[in-house]
Design a protein around this ligand. Structure first.
Ligand code: ADP
Ligand code: MG
Length: 263
């Protein structure tokens, strides 16, 4: 406790701040009070500072909650993406998407490219930007989502699960095409995509060009219907080149060897 709080704490204040759920003000008012006296702030200025403190705190807490709820396997950022190493993807286009307007327009993003070319990194980083705009996001692999839906169906709560998912602003479907679905899985995933079509946004990452999506959905008609819905309002980003992991390892190797020679 600071000097101000022990000297000046009016009765009831602490309890009232607790009752009103104003934790940031509760914690920081002594400091702000001292500062207000020192800076000869008007009452209105002081009040505005207190309110702003709480509003900022709530916003940060909400963003942290959104990030947690998104269940990112690892946090990736656009700042850590080396656009020079992936010239097939236009940086401006990604930065434009990062503003998050695609969510309001219920547009999708499809990242297509080979293994290790940065699809998951870009998808996670864009989704993180959406969390920072306080949007509701869920990151999942396509296979996991199909399994979850299957489980929900078996438990007789498929429509509830689909409703829950449709409340999200953005779902990242990672690794579509790595594992082909069985007939039920394909149908469930199709149900999900049909449900969110033009209502919500998807970011899909895949190693398969559209022409091969019938392998995933087991049926050219189903694949065409999925492509039609996802691609109808979508930004397609194609990643190119060899695996970044591989390049990174090759870059590290001479350095490591040099270090070994030093020791
Ligand atoms: P993909 O999903 O296309 O298989 P990832 O996005 O998982 O590839 O990338 C593999 C690894 O390489 C990740 O650790 C990722 O952060 C990193 N990576 C890939 N491309 C880049 C890049 N252009 N800049 C920085 N890191 C990258
Ligand atoms: Mg990936």
């Amino acid at each position: 406790m600071t000097r101000a709080s022990t000297l000046l704490a009016p009765p009831h204040l602490d309890g009232d701040l607790k009752t009103l759920c104003l934790p940031a003000i509760r914690e920081q008012w002594p400091r702000l009070t001292e500062e207000a006296q020192r800076r000869r702030q008007t009452h209105a200025e002081y009040l505005a500072e207190l309110m702003h403190l709480e509003v900022t705190h709530r916003r940060e807490a909400r963003i942290a909650r959104r990030i947690k709820e998104a269940r990112f396997p690892v946090l990736k950022t656009l700042e850590s993406f080396d656009f020079a190493a992936q010239p097939a993807v236009a940086k401006e286009e990604v930065l434009e998407l990062a503003r998050g307007d695609f969510l309001a327009e219920h547009r999708n993003v499809v990242l297509i490219g080979g293994v290790g070319t940065g699809k998951t990194h870009l998808a996670s980083a864009l989704a993180l930007c959406c969390c920072q705009r306080e949007k509701r996001v869920r990151f999942t692999s396509a296979a996991d989502l199909a399994n979850q839906l299957l489980e929900a169906k078996q438990q007789g709560r498929l429509s509830r699960r689909l409703e829950q998912l449709a409340r999200l602003d953005l779902v990242v479907l990672d690794e579509l095409g790595y594992v082909p679905f069985d007939a039920v899985g394909a149908e469930l995933l199709f149900n999900f995509i049909a449900k969110v079509y033009e209502q919500r946004s998807l970011i899909v990452t895949t190693n398969l060009p559209f022409a091969r999506w019938s392998e995933v959905f087991r049926d050219p008609t189903a694949a065409a219907a999925v492509i039609d819905r996802i691609v109808h309002h979508a930004t397609i980003l194609k990643t190119d080149g060899e695996s970044y992991r591989l390049k990174d390892a090759q870059r590290q190797r001479p350095r490591r060897r040099a270090n070994e020679e030093k020791t």
